[in-house]
Design a protein around this ligand. Sequence first.
Ligand code: NAD
Ligand code: AKB
Length: 339
Amino acid sequence: MREKVILITGAAGEIGQALVQQLSANGANNKLLTMDLQAMPDDLQGKSTHIVGDILDERLFARLVTQYDFDVIFHLAALLSTRAEFSPELAHRVNVDGTLVLLKMAAEQSQARNRPVLFMFPSSIAAYGIPSLEIKARDQLVREWDWNMPTTMYGCNKLYCEQLGAYFSHHYQQLSVNRPVMIDFRSLRFPGLISAFTLPTGGTTDYGPEMIHAAAQGKPYACFVRSDSHLPFMAMPDAVKSLLLLARAPREALTRDVYNVTGFSISTEEIRERVMNAFPDAEISYEIDSRRQGIVDSWPAGINDNAARRDWGWKPDYDAARAFDEYLIPNIMKRYQKG
Ligand code: NAD
Ligand code: AKB
């Protein structure tokens, strides 16, 4: 008898760690199988069966399916936007080919178990490509179908994988096997995420969290985007909440495959001011990186998440004030005081 598990790829990353923490909390009866190129951090050891492995390794999955029944898959593994611009072909392999490996495996699993496999996929505001700063200022809250013209490899990968997931969910049938493929694909377009407990790497929204974590450690920080740049952000607990709310929503309530979700929109200078209020001695300067600035300029200042609010009751717990005053600043202060 194969063991029923929730599979989480990219589990050692920022969202993965927060998700594993949540899914294993309060005596929850979830059996977690996690996979990442990295080991899990010490504080999460023992909360899952962890496999250090590559999502591109199809032979590894061929072995795992003989042992496990994947009920739900959170496919988080990816190379983020800035890293992907440095290694676009590798990004394509991990972000697109890797997602295809997981979708094919989910399809086969659904046929073997004759029941749907829930496939959760975090997409990104990188799926948007706003052509100019004038349009960015005009279209303050973009809807899921606006400006789907990404300017980065990562954005192209995300937009395509949203569509690939929808294809596997609604149209794909493996004609050689006489059993229906049942994939329940659900995706969220996240803004920049900020965690009090982990630091981002390889993203373009990293200036937000980097500024706060540097100030708390008394390190100077040179911000790589202009002070007037606006982007949507979200506190990590809200990201996990939205993933779990969407995963648990009744299928018949969903009117889309892909939903925007957001916390608050904020300019770089407003982040700096909030950080300076908490850490008055912080040294924060600006040293603009034109390529990363170009990426930020192409992403929307805010996203419209009305569909998520209407269909599955999405509402963030953290606006900017609460995210900084109640979640980020106190937890980050504690973290580095302890350190
Ligand atoms: P992260 O970089 O912290 O974590 C990604 C993890 O994937 C890393 O631990 C990495 O080791 C792993 N990984 C990379 N290649 C792999 C491979 N070939 N095989 C196995 N594991 C591999 O990123 P995150 O912030 O946790 O993001 C998780 C997901 O959410 C990603 O798909 C990302 O695109 C998406 N997302 C994140 C944000 C954000 O602001 N953090 C915003 C929008 C969307
Ligand atoms: C990145 O900057 O690449 C991520 C994202 C918004 O997807 N934080």
